[in-house]
Design a protein around this ligand. Structure first.
Ligand code: PDD
Length: 280
């Protein structure tokens, strides 16, 4: 694979980052994952906008202009012949030459890294089987709206899910589901209304979520942005998650209890279909 590191396209084996890089030492870095379908970027403008916001919130300077970021994405797609999968981008506060909590001066430039990931998005087996999720406490920090690489809590959540015969976790705070460990969470009520948590600092403002809510409204599907509990999710007709890596995946069980009839639901699959059409 050819990866991008600070202005250069190099073979992944030759890519180098300092041990003093603040992304490595402090998770002082932000990231984005943009889906690629038919060698084209999906919802790139949304990802760019969120990246700029994440940088602003952490006083991180964007190392290159937004238009150039798009060019680098497109170059990497070409250099790796990427047809389907995604591109990971990370900006860290750079290498200050030592370990010091305080921000370095402006002479320290941010580190920019991008790499491609080839994987089936359209024909993922999870679309047909759906996924099993378990609920667990949300132990993350309180700025989940900033897409930082401080991802130990979601790693622990995936581990916990796998140890409990599930694919993923729904995170719970103060009795309400916040989101999935790396996705937004939704339930579908008996009257086909979609319920998902409203935007705040408690969740990541998903780019896929934003597009899905527009598509749902256009398709005449009602959406309620409000809090919901694990108990309401157990009794929902359907549940699903969304992200750039999954698009829409149906959730067929929560804490070992089948959701609806225990099969991927029609609203989830319909939303997935219209999102795929948009992304193509
Ligand atoms: N994760 N919530 C969390 C906590 C996430 O990590 C993600 C995405 C989402 C969905 O956001 P979007 O639709 O913009 O991808 C929601 C990415 C895919 C990841 O960490 O790999």
């Amino acid at each position: 694979r050819i990866v991008y590191v600070d202005g250069q396209y190099v073979n992944e084996a030759d890519a180098k980052i300092s041990v003093f890089d603040r992304g490595f030492l402090f998770a002082d870095a932000v990231y984005e994952v943009t889906a690629v379908l038919n060698s084209k970027l999906v919802e790139f403008a949304g990802h760019l906008e969120r990246l700029q916001r994440s940088c602003r919130e952490l006083s991180l300077t964007m190392p290159v202009a937004p238009a150039q970021l798009k060019t680098i994405h497109e170059e990497l797609i070409k250099k790796n012949n990427l047809v389907e999968g995604g591109i990971y981008l990370q900006i860290s506060r750079g290498n200050a030459g030592d370990r010091d909590f305080a921000f370095p001066g402006a002479e320290v430039k941010p580190t920019l890294v991008l790499f491609t990931q080839s994987r089936p998005v359209i024909d993922s087996p999870k679309v047909k089987t759906g996924i099993k999720v378990v609920t667990m406490p949300d132990i993350r920090w309180h700025r989940r709206d900033i897409k930082t690489v401080g991802l130990l809590a979601p790693c622990l959540a995936k581990e916990y899910a796998h140890a409990n015969d599930a694919d993923d976790a729904f995170l719970v705070e103060n009795g309400f589901i916040t989101e999935g460990s790396s996705s937004n969470a939704y339930i579908v009520l008996a009257d086909n209304t979609i319920v998902t948590r409203p935007l705040s600092n408690d969740i990541l403002h998903g780019i896929t979520r934003k597009a899905l809510l527009v598509l749902a409204a256009r398709d005449g599907i009602k959406v309620e942005e409000r809090l919901f509990t694990p108990d309401e999710a157990y009794h929902a007709k359907e549940a699903f998650i969304s992200s750039a890596t999954t698009f829409v995946w149906p959730v067929v069980s929560i804490d070992g209890k089948p959701v609806g009839d225990g099969k991927p639901g029609p609203i989830s699959l319909r939303l997935r279909d219209i999102y795929v059409e948009l992304a193509k």
